[in-house]
Design a protein around this ligand. Structure first.
Ligand code: BGC
Length: 707
C-alpha cells in the first residue's frame, strides 16, 4: 500500500516541479527546486523505510558501527556506509577488521599538499579539482563519506591541526571550501564540514570551552561553514570542545540553533569520535549520529523507558541519516576508479597545488632561481631526506613519495652535496646552502611556535656561516623565524607538500616554475604578539603525543576569545604590531604594477552592487601569476571594525608586458557587519575605502567611496 502512496507523492512533486518550470523560472530557482525535489523524494523514501524498521534497528542506526561505518540492514537492502578521513587525501586505514580491510582497502591514495598549502594557492578552481580527485579516490575505495573538509580557523599558530585547515581569513576560507565541497560531491562522495564549531586548538581538546560572542562567531568562524552548506555539503561533524559552556556535539544551541536554523543545514550531523557525554541532551540537540559507537547513547533504552526521550526523536535522527544517503544516491554509486591514468591525473593536480602553494617569502639579490655560478650546493636538514606529513586522522601515506634530496640531485646533479651535520668549514666553503628545517604537527596536541632546538641550531649554523643560505620550511603553520630570517638570503615556505611537493619545490629553486603562493596566514615575530596568546591555562605548558587518559583527567578550561573579530591581520593592524610576514604576502620572480582603479557605485542603491575594476601588468621579464587582493575598510562606524577585511581576490596569469583588467563585484554584505540584536548582517551607510594590493600590507591602489 505504502508504495502507492509514495508513487502518488512522487508524481505530484514532479508535476509541480515541471509546471513551475514551464512558467519560466530563473535558472537559480530551477536548481533550488530540483534540489528540493530530490530532498523531498529522499525524505519520502526515508519515511517509508522507517516504517519497515523495528525500534531496535532504528536505534542502532544512530550509533556508529565498527568505528567508521553507518550500520547496514541487509534485510532492507540498505548497505553499510563507510567513511574515512580527510581533506588532504584518503587516509587508508590499517585498523579495520580483516573483512572490511579487504573490502575497502584502496591499493594506494594520493597524498596531496596539505589543505593549508591549497589555501596558499588562492585558487578555488584548483580547490575544486583537488577535492574532485580526493572524491574519486573515495569512490574507488567504496568510501561514501569523506570526513573533510576541515574548515576551522587559524587563530593560534601553535594549533596542531592548522595544516588541515584553510588559514586565518573567513573570506578566503569560504571561497576555497565552497569549491572543495562542490569538487568532492561531484563524485557522489559526501563532504563533511568539520569541526563545528570554534575548535581552533588541540591542546587538551576534549577539555576546552571556547567562550566567544555572537558577532565574532558570525564574522570569523561561521563563514566557511555557511559557504560549505550553500555549496551543498551533506554532512557536518561537531567538535570536541564546548561552546559557551556546552559540548558542541550535544548542544541544542549549536546544532538546532546555529547549524540548522540559522545556517539552514538539512543534512547529516555526526559527532566527532568520543566527544559526547549525555544521551538525553544529544537526542534533543539535533544531532543525528554518534561516532564511533554508542557512548552517550548507551543508555538509550533506559532514557526511553523513563520518558526522557521519545522514539520520535530517534526516528528523526535515523531519518536524517537515511535521507542524506538517499539525496546523494550513495547506494547507486559506481566503483569506477581502478584505472591508473586517473591516479596520474590526481598526482598532476597534487603537483600543481604544490607549484602554486609554495610561498617565496624572501629572495635577496635574486639568489633564486639558483644560477650556474652556484657550483657547490650544500644541502642539509632533516626534511631534505624525509617528508613530513601532518599526523592523526588526516595522515595520508601516499605512494612514490619524492624526497627533496633526490629531486635536487635530479636537477642539479653533482653540484649537490648532502651533509647531515656539516661543520662550519663545510658550510662556509659552499657557494650556496639549502637548509631544510621544519616541524611535524599533528592532531591531538599543539606544538610550540619556536622550532625544536635541533632545527633552530641547524638553521642558525647555516645562516651564520654562509650568506647564501636558502631556508626551506616544512611545517603545518607559522613558526618562529625571528633569529635567522634577516640573515637568510632566501626563505621558501613549503608546508607539507604531499607525495610530489618536492618536485614543485625544486622546479621553483631551479626557476622552472615561477612561485605564486601567498600566505593564507600571518606569521608573527613572537608568539606573544599573536591574538591567541594566552589561550593555555596559566602556568601550563604544551605536551606532545597521545595522552588520552591524562587528557580526560585534565580539568575543564576556558579559552576566552578576547580578541573578538580581530583575528589574523585584523589583529596585527589594529594593535599596530608588525608581523614578520603579512597575510597575503608572497614573492614572484617577476613583478607587477597596479593601476586604473575605478569604482562604480551607481548600482548600489537599486541592486546593492559595487563594481571595482583595475589593471594589473606584468612588468618583469618572465611569465607569472599574481593574486590581487581587495580589502574593504569601513571608515566611520558605530561598532569597532577592522582596518581591512578581505572581500575579493583574483589570480591573474600574465606574460611579460601583458596587462589585464580585473573586475570584482562587491555586494551590500561585503560592507556589513553582524548585528547580534537582529541576528543578521547590518549595512551602515557612510565612507568606505577600497584597497587593492598584493598582500594585506602592500596596498597598491585605493579609493574612498560614499555609500
Ligand atoms: C578527529 C576527526 C576525525 C575522526 C575520525 C577524530 O579524532 O578529530 O577529525 O574525522 O577522528 O578519524
Amino acid at each position: 500500500m505504502y508504495k502507492y502512496v509514495i508513487l502518488f507523492i512522487v508524481v505530484s512533486i514532479a508535476f509541480s516541479f515541471f509546471y513551475s518550470q514551464m512558467k519560466g523560472q530563473s535558472v537559480k530557482k530551477e536548481k533550488e527546486q530540483f534540489q528540493s525535489l530530490s530532498f523531498k523524494l529522499a525524505d519520502t523514501k526515508a519515511d517509508s523505510l522507517l516504517t519497515l524498521m523495528t525500534q531496535d534497528e532504528i536505534i542502532s542506526l544512530v550509533e556508529g558501527d565498527r568505528s567508521f561505518f553507518i550500520r547496514p540492514f541487509p534485510r532492507l537492502n540498505l548497505p553499510e556506509v563507510y567513511m574515512t578521513d580527510a581533506t588532504g587525501g584518503v587516509h587508508i586505514r590499517e585498523d579495520l577488521n580483516a573483512d572490511d580491510m579487504t573490502k575497502y582497502r584502496l591499493q594506494k591514495s594520493t597524498a596531496f599538499p596539505c589543505p593549508l598549502s591549497l589555501a596558499a594557492t588562492w585558487n578555488p578552481k584548483l580547490s575544486y579539482q583537488y577535492a574532485e580527485a580526493v572524491g574519486e579516490e573515495c569512490r574507488a575505495g567504496g568510501i561514501g563519506i569523506l570526513l573533510g573538509p576541515g574548515v576551522n580557523t587559524y587563530r593560534v599558530s601553535q594549533c596542531g591541526r592548522n595544516f588541515e585547515y584553510f588559514g586565518e581569513d573567513p573570506f578566503l576560507r569560504a571561497k576555497m571550501v565552497s569549491a572543495y565541497v562542490k569538487g568532492v560531491q561531484s563524485t557522489g562522495t559526501i563532504a563533511t564540514l568539520k569541526h563545528f564549531v570554534a575548535n581552533n586548538t588541540d591542546y587538551y581538546r576534549r577539555r576546552s570551552n571556547s567562550l566567544l560572542d555572537e558577532r565574532t562567531l558570525n564574522e570569523i568562524y561561521l563563514p566557511p561553514f555557511q559557504a560549505g552548506i550553500d555549496a551543498g555539503a551533506q554532512a557536518v561533524m561537531t567538535s570536541y570542545n564546548r561552546l559557551n559552556g556546552e559540548w558542541c556535539g550535544q548542544s541544542e544551541y549549536v546544532i538546532n540553533g546555529i547549524l540548522r536554523k540559522q545556517l539552514g543545514f538539512q543534512g547529516l550531523v555526526m559527532t566527532d569520535w568520543w566527544s559526547v557525554y549525555d544521551g538525553e541532551k544529544l537526542v534533543q540537540s539535533g544531532q543525528d549520529l554518534e561516532m564511533p559507537y554508542a557512548v552517550a547513547l548507551k543508555d538509550v533504552h533506559q532514557l526511553l523507558q523513563e520518558g526522557k526521550i521519545r522514539i520520535e526523536d530517534i526516528k528523526r535522527m535515523a531519518k536524517s541519516i537515511l535521507r542524506t544517503c538517499f539525496v546523494m544516491k550513495l547506494n547507486d554509486r559506481g566503483k569506477n576508479l581502478s584505472d591508473s591514468t586517473l591516479y596520474e591525473n590526481h598526482e598532476l593536480i597534487a603537483l600543481q597545488t604544490a607549484r602554486e602553494g609554495i610561498v617565496l617569502l624572501k629572495n635577496e639579490k635574486n639568489i633564486l632561481p639558483l644560477q650556474e655560478n652556484k657550483k657547490k650546493i650544500l644541502v642539509t636538514g632533516d626534511y631534505a631526506v624525509k617528508n613530513a606529513v601532518g599526523g592523526g586522522s588526516a595522515f595520508v601515506k601516499g605512494y612514490n613519495n619524492r624526497l627533496m634530496l633526490d629531486e635536487l640531485k635530479k636537477e642539479f646533479g653533482d653540484r649537490i652535496l648532502y651533509v647531515e651535520n656539516p661543520n662550519p668549514d663545510q658550510i662556509q666553503s659552499a657557494d650556496a646552502v639549502l637548509c631544510a628545517i621544519g616541524t611535524e604537527d599533528s592532531e591531538g596536541w599543539d606544538r610550540p611556535f619556536a622550532l625544536p632546538q635541533d632545527q633552530e641550531k641547524k638553521v642558525e649554523d647555516c645562516v651564520n656561516n654562509n650568506p647564501n643560505t636558502i631556508v626551506i620550511v616544512t611545517s603545518g603553520g607559522g613558526i618562529r623565524m625571528t633569529d635567522w630570517n634577516n640573515k637568510a638570503k632566501a626563505v621558501l615556505y613549503a608546508w607539507y607538500g604531499g607525495q610530489i611537493g618536492n618536485k614543485a619545490l625544486i622546479e621553483i629553486i631551479a626557476g622552472k616554475t615561477n612561485p605564486s603562493g601567498k600566505l593564507p596566514i600571518t606569521i608573527e615575530k613572537e608568539f606573544k604578539d599573536s591574538p591567541g596568546y594566552g589561550y593555555l591555562p596559566e602556568g601550563e605548558i604544551l605536551y606532545q603525543g597521545w595522552h588520552e587518559k591524562e587528557e580526560r583527567a585534565h580539568p575543564l578550561y576556558d579559552i576566552r576569545y578576547t580578541e573578538g573579530i580581530f583575528v589574523g591581520y585584523r589583529w596585527y593592524e589594529k594593535k599596530n604590531i608588525e608581523p614578520l610576514y603579512s597575510f597575503g604576502f608572497g614573492l614572484s620572480y617577476t613583478s607587477f604594477e597596479y593601476g586604473d582603479l575605478t569604482i562604480g557605485t551607481d548600482m548600489f542603491q537599486d541592486q546593492g552592487k559595487v563594481e571595482v575594476s583595475f589593471t594589473v601588468k606584468n612588468i618583469g621579464a618572465r611569465r607569472g601569476s599574481e593574486t590581487v587582493q581587495l580589502y574593504v575598510q569601513d571608515v566611520e562606524c558605530t561598532v569597532p571594525r577592522p582596518l581591512k577585511e578581505l572581500k575579493g581576490f583574483a589570480k591573474v596569469d600574465l606574460e611579460p608586458g601583458q596587462s589585464n583588467t580585473v573586475v570584482i563585484e562587491l555586494t551590500t554584505k561585503d560592507f556589513s557587519f553582524w548585528n547580534p540584536e537582529t541576528k543578521d548582517w547590518f549595512f551602515e551607510k557612510g565612507t568606505f575605502i577600497i584597497q587593492v594590493g598584493s598582500s594585506s600590507k602592500e596596498i597598491k591602489i585605493q579609493k574612498q567611496i560614499e555609500l
